[in-house]
Every structure is written in C-alpha cells, then in structure tokens.
Design a protein around this ligand. Sequence first.
Ligand code: NAP
Ligand code: GDD
Length: 328
Amino acid sequence: MEPPVALITGVTGQDGSYLCELLLAKGYIVHGIVRRTSNLQRLRLDHLRNMPDVHGKTFFLHYGDLADGTTLRRIIQKVRPRELYHLAGQSHVGLSFEIPESTCEEVAIATLRLLEICRDQPEPIRFYNASTSEIFGTATEAPQNEMSAFRPSSPYGCAKAFATDMAKVYRAGYHLFVCNGILYNHESPRRSENFVTRKISRQVARIKLGQSDRLVLGNVQGRRDWGHAQDYVETMWLMLQQERPDDYVVATGKTHSVLDFVKAAFAVTGMDWEKYLEYDKSIERPTEPVELVGDASKIRNLLGWKPTRNFEDLVREMVEFDLKDLGG
Ligand code: NAP
Ligand code: GDD
C-alpha cells in the first residue's frame, strides 16, 4: 500500500516541526512549504534535513508563500496530499496590533485561498485549520468549548475567527473534510523567543549563567491555559483520521498567570525571581483577552486524547533546555 501523503504549511514553525516528526514516524511522506528568506537556516528542521534517508526520500520542502496562490495551487496539484495541515501565518497576537493588514492577509485571506484551491481538486483533501482560543477573546463564559461565541479582541483573533468560520462554511457548503483545531497556548523549547514563555525560560537561563541580570516583561497578571506543543500536534493528526470532520477545543483546562510561569522558571534554577523581574509598560498590548481556559471534554471523550505533561513539567523542560543550549 502507498504511504499516505501530507502537506504542511508553516512546517518551519514550532508546531510544523513537531508535526513533521510525528507524521514521518507514522510512515507518511511529508511535504512542507517554506517561504524564501535571506537566511537558509531552518533550525527546527535541520535534524531532518541532515538525515540522508529522510530528506529527499520521505521528507520534501517546496518554496511557497501564503500570498502566492499560483504557487500554492501548483504545489498542491503536484503533491496531491491526502491531508493538508494549514499552520502557516503571522502568529503573534501583540504584533498583530502593529501589522494588522498583513496579519489578516496571511491568517484570514490565505486560509480562504487554500480552501478554494482544495475545493477545485479532483481528489478530496482532508484539511486541518489551525484555529485558536484567541477567537473567544472577551469570552463571557469560562471554560470555553466548541459552542462558545466568537468574541475576538485582537486583529489576530479577528483574522482567525474569519478563517474558522470560513472552514465551517466550506465544510457545510461544499462538503470538504475540514477540521478546526481550536488550540489553546502550547509551548516547548522550540517556541520562538518573542512569546512570553520562551522569553522567560531563555532569560532565566542567561541570568543563571551570568549572561544577563534582568527579565523585562509587560503585563504579568494575564492567565493562560498552557500545554505542551508535542501533545497538541497529536490532536491535529487525530482530527483528520475520523470518519467525519468536526471542530475540537484542545486545552488542559488549567490556567496559570505569566507571573506563575516566572516564579516556576526561577525556581528551577534556585534563584529569587524578585531580584530580576522588571516591568516595561511599552510591552503591554492595547487589549488583552479575558481568562481563556478550554473545556477539552469533546476531544477527550470522542477521540480519547489527553495531555501527557503538566505545567511544572513544561517549565522545567524549557528552562533545562535553555540552560544546556546557552551554557554550551
Ligand atoms: P510559528 O512558530 O510562529 O510558525 C508559523 C509558521 O508560519 C512558520 O513556519 C512561518 O515561516 C510560517 N509563515 C508565516 N508567514 C508565512 C507566509 N507568508 N508564507 C509562508 N509561511 C509563512 O507558529 P506555531 O506556534 O507553530 O503555530 C502554528 C499555527 O497554529 C499558527 O497558525 C498559529 O497562529 C496557530 N496557533 C498557535 C498556538 C500556539 O500556542 N502555538 C495556539 C493556537 C493556534 P517562517 O519560519 O519563515 O517564519
Ligand atoms: N510575547 C510577550 N512578550 N508577551 C508578554 C510579555 C512579553 O515580553 N510580557 C507579558 N506578556 C503577556 C502578554 O501580554 C500576554 O498576556 C501573555 O504574556 C502571553 O503572550 P504570548 O506568549 O505572546 O502568547 P498569546 O497568548 O498572546 O498568543 C499565543 O497563544 C495563542 C493561543 O491562545 C500565540 O501562540 C498565538 O498564536 C495563539 O493563537
């Protein structure tokens, strides 16, 4: 039997790289779309690109940009994936206030673009759309579930709400197999440093190693439902293996504040956080969501998924990775 073929947009990102590993381990042929940059480094994929029995054999990269519909169509026609995992796009909530137009182009319009291309294909494609808890923004209920109202509170959240609704419309209107994974925050040592968890773990490691003497953050009272990215990419695959497409909330159901993360990260190194934490108002965002916490009972009951790592495990793994990485 031919191995299944998957195509991943955003393959160089945190989730894309873990998903790639997961699918390769399951025997898939994996194709990824990468955009052209001046830097040829693809740090999160280098280990796979350096495996001669993987790169060019079961794992292939193609140049393409979300703005370039012609190329996306050509890649999809050539690769003919059974499953398309659409993860690419500007993913920083704070930055979306600074670059709202390009955020909406990448997150909202590009998703519609891909759905349209899939609609034209002769063979059905199972489509995973990377939705987010940010669609619930100023939610009036907690925890939120698949039926909660969309009340986004950032340009990023608005763009994701559009993409999530479009995915539902294409599922109902054209019978496409499209799933929205409504994922809450998920982190790992592969998280980019402009998200708060990795900024904290890396800076705590630098302080411990004598390479820095402060950690400067914005609002530390905000609470998030933090899980581990490796646990969460598993749900993307699970959703596309079901008989019928559907939407699922993926979350731990527990929240911690940014300050809790700071305290836990310093505790890993045995240092006193109060000596190093500083506040910078300019990092604050124009608006913040209310407490986002997910009710993942649907995916737990129907697909049997549950997270394998807790908050303390996550913080420890990130800090220990950064200590090793920065300490040489
Ligand atoms: P990430 O690390 O920021 O990765 C984003 C990916 O999108 C990167 O591969 C990036 O390529 C690519 N990309 C961005 N703009 C592109 C463009 N114009 N053309 C082609 N590729 C482009 O994000 P992540 O944490 O892995 O998240 C994956 C998806 O899930 C995102 O859509 C995010 O919004 C969503 N999500 C994430 C979370 C979370 O907590 N991580 C939660 C809910 C939803 P470069 O490497 O070249 O920048
Ligand atoms: N990034 C960042 N940097 N955030 C800070 C900082 C800082 O220096 N200081 C405080 N924060 C606060 C933010 O204001 C926010 O309340 C919280 O830390 C978390 O910010 P991020 O780590 O940037 O994540 P996010 O929750 O805004 O967005 C992430 O999760 C979403 C799912 O809920 C991203 O991964 C999104 O793509 C994802 O959809």
